[in-house]
Design a protein around this ligand. Structure first.
Ligand code: GDP
Length: 445
């Protein structure tokens, strides 16, 4: 028997790629492989996220053309309902196009710009659907869920083909996607689109499924609240409060590669505590390597009106910290170079050790890929960080790293930063706020 042809589909989110598979290959499409990567990224930084799905047409693709065309059109409308993050303008594209016959509708609807002038004139059609159409719609939604189930099997088990249930490795909990209530399914795809690890997404969904009564499971707001609560419980955060009454200042050292935003974050923290909270703040930089690093911190120190010292050796660091022992908060900037070179790691560790810092915060840029962030966290583990600062969330393609990274690195998040401007765009990490960012896929005010 001839092998069914494989086709490749790409979208910027899982939902988009999946919708293309469904549209092109019909409801029996079989998902063979998935991967995600960043197109145009330079060393894991920048670029656009791409989700790629390789799929083949399934066994039964014999629906008469006109029925299929109608059902595809309805399916797209249904999709817009399932994925409630689909922008309104896309919903408008996906209504039936009353043009030259139903068979032409899918091609016309998917051709960008062809019906642009009519888009806003066609809201999602709320017209009552007769029972046969209803049946077919349910069937279509079931097939989308089946495809998501296949995707999960591909990604969670790293397999290339659908595996019969008795062959699944034990412990690989595959959810019954087909039987999942719609609001829960919508949150499920959101978690996957955010890049939250599949196994964690499954656990969250299974917990909420067990937790909520049937009536609550059919209400989007209850389901969202329950998912947010579960997600928040998975995001460890590190509250940091400067001492105002103790004998010693709170000492915080920021470590991490060059360019992630350490100096900017120190300036934000200094401004927040010195200007807004009126605390006594001092800055120290151990970064003697980077041209301009001292000048940059010095400039911030002058603007904010706090003292700044340079300490390149352990002795200098110990003395520098001692000199500002009357302060409430001491912030230390370190050399940003990647510690591949063991000697440099030892040097940096000795300097950081000499500061006797209460917190060593590893600063990672969320604009990088999660794989790159994990690599950096691994390299800096030798400096024994106690927490994470995730910067540049405003440039992040996926927010899933807010939950994946602290779990993988066993480090709580102390702060997030969401923009370049000092003193704004920094927030102490709060589990509920971070859970909202993950689920919504953006940093809303
Ligand atoms: P360092 O080498 O780790 O000290 O990094 P810098 O503090 O010098 O920052 C490197 C670049 O990242 C600068 O252009 C900053 O303005 C920028 N940056 C820092 N924090 C953020 C942020 O939260 N969002 C964005 N978009 N850029 C940031």
């Amino acid at each position: 028997m001839a092998m069914p042809a494989l086709k490749t589909f790409r979208g910027s989110t899982l939902s988009q790629a999946l919708a293309q598979v469904r549209q092109d290959l019909g409801k029996d499409a079989v998902i063979v492989k998935t991967r995600s990567y960043r197109a145009g990224a330079v060393m894991g930084v920048g670029g656009k996220p791409v989700v790629e799905i390789i799929a083949s047409a399934g066994a039964s693709t014999t629906a008469p053309r006109s029925t299929e065309a109608k059902s595809r059109t309805r399916m797209r409308t249904a999709l817009a309902g399932i994925y409630d993050d689909v922008p309104q303008r896309r919903r408008a594209v996906e209504v039936p196009v009353p043009a030259a016959g139903a068979a032409d509708a899918p091609a016309m609807a998917s051709a960008p710009g062809v019906h642009r002038s009519r888009l806003t004139a066609f809201p999602v059609d709320p017209a009552p659907i007769d029972s046969a159409a209803n049946e077919s719609l349910r069937d279509e939604i079931g097939s989308i869920k089946r495809m998501v189930g296949q995707l999960l099997r591909c990604s969670s088990q790293g397999i290339r083909q659908e595996t019969p249930s008795h062959d699944r490795p034990s412990g690989a909990a595959i959810l019954d996607v087909g039987g999942m209530p719609e609001p829960l399914f919508a949150q499920y795809t959101r978690l996957l689109d955010a890049g939250v690890e599949t196994s964690l997404s499954e656990t969250l969904i299974a917990t909420v499924l067990e937790q909520l009564a049937a009536a609550q499971l059919s209400e989007a707001k209850h389901v969202r609240a329950a998912i947010l609560e579960q997600l928040a419980s998975q995001i460890p955060c590190l509250p940091i409060a400067p001492r105002t009454d103790g004998p010693k200042p709170l000492v915080i050292a920021l470590i991490g590669p060059t360019g992630v935003g350490k100096t900017t974050t120190i300036a934000k923290l200094a401004a927040e505590h010195a200007l807004r909270a009126r605390l006594r703040v001092a800055l120290i930089t151990a970064d003697r390597y980077r041209i301009g690093a001292v000048d940059q911190l010095q400039a911030y120190a002058e603007i904010i009106g706090v003292p700044m010292q340079i300490a390149g050796t352990p002795d200098e660091m110990a003395r520098a910290v001692d000199r500002v022992r009357q302060c409430d908060l001491v912030l230390i900037d370190t050399a940003g170079r990647s510690p591949k070179d063991n000697q440099r790691v030892d040097e940096l560790r000795a300097v950081v050790d000499a500061a006797s810092a209460d917190h060593r915060l590893l600063v990672l840029s969320a604009a990088a890929s999660e794989a790159a962030m994990r690599r950096v966290a691994g390299r800096f583990a030798a400096l024994r960080p106690s927490g994470l600062v995730l910067t540049k969330l405003d440039e992040a393609a996926h927010m899933g790293s807010l939950v994946n990274l602290p779990r993988a690195a066993h480090l709580p998040i102390s702060h997030i930063t969401t923009g370049q401007d000092v003193p704004d765009f920094i927030e102490p990490a709060r589990p509920d706020r971070l859970a909202g960012i993950v689920l919504d896929g953006e940093v809303a005010a």
